[in-house]
Design a protein around this ligand. Structure first.
Ligand code: 5GP
Ligand code: ZN
Length: 113
C-alpha cells in the first residue's frame, strides 16, 4: 500500500514517537491524543481491519496490548485503561490500516472514548 500513512509510519519511512518496535509491530504516540499517553499499536504489514488480520497476528497484537497497558500504567500512574479498535467508517475508523488504541484513563479526565 504505497499511499497508506500507517504503512509508512510502521515501517519507519515517516518518523513517529515510537514507544516499542518489534518485527511485526510499531507502537507510537497518537498525534491527536484523547488522554496523556494515548498510543497506537500498528502492524507493519497492511491489513485494513479486524476482518482481514490473520489470526496469529491478531493474537500477537492482543498480547502486545496487554504488555503495553501494563507498561503505560506503571509509567503514567493512570487510574484505568481503554483499549479500542475501530472497524469501518460507521464505527469511527479514519485510517484504514488496522490499529489498536491504548488509552490511559485518569480519574475525572472526561476523555470520552
Ligand atoms: P481511527 O479513528 O482510525 O480509529 O484512529 C486513527 C488515529 O490515528 C486517530 O486517533 C489519529 O489521531 C491518529 N493519527 C492519524 N494520523 C496520524 C499520524 O500521522 N501520526 C500519528 N501519530 N497518529 C495519527
Ligand atoms: Zn497500511
Amino acid at each position: 500500500m504505497e499511499t497508506c500513512i500507517f504503512c509508512k509510519i510502521a515501517n519507519g519511512e515517516i518518523p513517529a514517537a515510537t514507544l516499542y518496535e518489534d518485527e511485526d509491530f510499531r507502537v507510537i504516540l497518537d498525534l491527536g491524543p484523547a488522554s496523556k499517553g494515548h498510543s497506537l499499536i500498528i502492524p507493519k504489514s497492511h491489513v485494513a481491519n479486524i476482518y482481514e488480520i490473520p489470526d496469529e497476528l491478531a493474537a500477537k497484537a492482543m498480547l502486545l496490548a496487554k504488555k503495553m497497558a501494563g507498561k503505560l500504567t506503571d509509567a503514567l500512574d493512570c487510574d484505568g485503561f481503554n483499549i479500542v479498535q475501530n472497524n469501518g467508517e460507521a464505527a469511527g475508523q479514519t485510517v484504514f490500516h488496522f490499529h489498536m488504541h491504548l488509552i490511559p484513563r485518569y480519574k475525572d479526565d472526561h476523555a470520552g472514548v
